[in-house]
Design a protein around this ligand. Sequence first.
Ligand code: BDR
Ligand code: CA
Length: 317
Amino acid sequence: MIECIIDCDPGIDDALALIFASKLRTLKIKAITTVFGNSTVENTSLNALKILDLIQRTDIRVYRGSASPIIKNYRFPAYNYLDDEINPHGANGLANIVLPQPTQKLSESNAIDLIINTILENPKRISIIAIGPLTNIAIALLKSPEIAQSIKEIIIMGGAIKVQGNINKFSEFNIWSDAEAAKIVFNMMSDKIILVPLDVTRQIIFKNVEIFNKNNLYNKFLYNILNFYSTFHLNNCGFFGSILHDPFAVGVAENRDYCDIREIPLDVEIEDRNKYGKVFINLEKDKENKKIKTCLNISLKNIEKFLNYFEKKLLNF
Ligand code: BDR
Ligand code: CA
């Protein structure tokens, strides 16, 4: 059994990841922590609560985390969530769909303390699945560095190693959203990371939207968010389909055999304004023995295998 905390910014693919994760028997979700990213932290937290209601999993608590990056916004203008032209998730993070108000309240404790306490109380047992900007994890590490050794592992969706980014040529959204935080996490727990970058996630494209065209809230929600996300990709990338970045990170948490994993000395660019947030190979990290397990390739067979598994799990409500 994998005991995990999911640190997320729902977000359409985060929502899909949460629903998918909740259906895996091998995964025990100890808590959900939220961060700004695809929308404001107010929205991402509310979205997490609403999704738990939708899937009748209000036994899982939600802890609100960081509202902004550690340093970035002092140097660059803040990201504009409200611009539907550039935000694939819609201004509210969930395709502008209005779900019923949640029955559960946010936990009174915050995400950072929840992360620290859960890891320290369960030495070498907790995995974090980080599918948003890494701000909460970095602050938790700075506040309590011993969690780096106490955590079991951290699966991070982020970065573009050999491929182009999705923010610009160089950078991927989660790392670019708080590159200083990513640098801290890469530096302080390199041996615990499994990185799931765009190199693999961009190949995981779900197109079978019509199977959710049914008349109940759960299916309608899936149908609508998948259509919204697919249409964004049609308008901006030339294909109709949903890239399953975050659900695939959950898939890797359960089964790392999907990918070819290499240990690479990775670092994060924070100085060069044009390449801010670029994940790059830094041979100095090699000398320090700070290599990161990185999913670099996936076969067509394994892409199919994951997509079928994902579909089967989501259909089962
Ligand atoms: C990542 O960015 C976000 O928009 C998605 O939710 C995913 O976590 C992909 O680059
Ligand atoms: Ca995300």
